[in-house]
Design a protein around this ligand. Structure first.
Ligand code: 8YV
Length: 311
């Protein structure tokens, strides 16, 4: 008998094919589909495959009495209740390391896109406005004072890339690390010391809205915010207010509080660059992530040690 798996969102074709090769897969992409899948197979489902930004809703976990493992196709596990998983003896795995380069690359790309007006420039050419005049001037990237919130694997990758741009790096982390960058104990202190604030910290109850009105005010009208972590770290209403009043220089965002829904207000600002949570979305990395999800599930069902366990 093939183990039965509940897939909670669309995944890359390679991963969906790998799941279908090994398991009986039930799809639960929305509430109606989840209810149908749980009614039909809830008792038999032993594994859940999901994305980092989807996780597993508590009511779905509660309706799976035989759940053994939640395999996340992503590094973030903020949408999985780890304490409850531990209590129930449910394993949780993620896909660290393989996506670090891509996420760090996108953070730097977003910063350059914002400061050098890549999106506006592209629009200027496509809309035939160039013959009528030049685009206004952008701002320099090299040599900036850059603050990284969260100096984990991804934050460090961003710092190393920005060093190549001659940036002066500072960071805020739960604890100082052995790095040649200035440490700040709070996001507020970090924001006061930088012109570019890059959010790369994990989402949790403690980091919710850690970028609030005060931090944005400290960043100031010349400062910009880049977020490649999770939307929940930023108070989006405060961000919109700061941009609207010219109290913040700009923002480049790959993640949002209620994605895939992005506030209309953000779309109106020329000094904002928006991407659809695509920091790990390259063919190479999504293949590596798929391989790791499948390797974790294979190991679990073979009774072998999990390659990348969280719980
Ligand atoms: C993906 C992510 O968007 O790694 C994460 O935590 O959010 C991303 O890599 C998603 O998990 C892809 O399925």
């Amino acid at each position: 008998m093939r183990p039965e798996v509940l897939q909670l969102c669309p995944l890359t074709p390679a991963l969906e094919a790998g799941l279908a090769d090994r398991f009986t897969v039930h799809r639960g992409f929305d509430d109606a589909q989840r209810r149908a899948a749980l009614d039909e197979a809830g008792e038999r489902i032993r594994a859940v495959a999901t994305a980092g930004n989807v996780g597993i809703p508590a009511e779905v976990a509660a309706a799976l009495p035989g759940l053994e493992i939640v395999a996340i196709n992503g590094v973030g596990y903020d949408k999985v209740d780890l304490a409850e998983a531990r209590r129930r003896g449910v394993r949780v795995t993620n896909t660290p390391d393989v996506l670090t380069d891509d996420v760090a690359d996108l953070a730097v790309g977003l910063l350059i896109a914002l400061k050098r007006q890549l999106v506006l420039g592209d629009r200027h050419v496509r809309e035939g406005r160039w013959p009528a005049g030049d685009l206004g001037l952008g701002r320099k990237v090299a040599g900036r004072r850059c603050g990284i919130l969260g100096l984990g694997r991804i934050g460090l990758g961003i710092a190393r890339r920005l060093e190549a741009f001659g940036a002066i790096i500072a960071y805020c982390n739960r604890s100082p690390r052995d790095v040649p960058y200035a440490y700040h104990a709070t996001p507020l202190a970090l924001a006061g010391d930088c012109e570019v604030l890059v959010v790369a910290a994990a989402a949790s109850a403690e980091t919710r809205h850690i970028i609030d009105a005060a931090v944005l005010a400290a960043l100031g009208p010349d400062g910009v915010l880049v977020n490649v972590a999770r939307g929940s770290l930023v108070d989006e209403a405060a961000l919109i207010a700061a941009l609207r009043d010219g109290r913040l220089g700009g923002a480049a965002l790959d993640v949002f509080e209620n994605e895939p829904h992005v506030p209309e207000a953000l779309m109106a600002f020329p000094n904002v660059v928006l991407t659809p949570h695509m920091a790990s979305a390259t063919r190479e990395t999504r293949q590596a992530m798929a391989d790791l999800v499948l390797a974790n599930l294979d190991a679990h069902f073979a009774g072998a040690p999990l390659p990348t366990p969280v719980v």
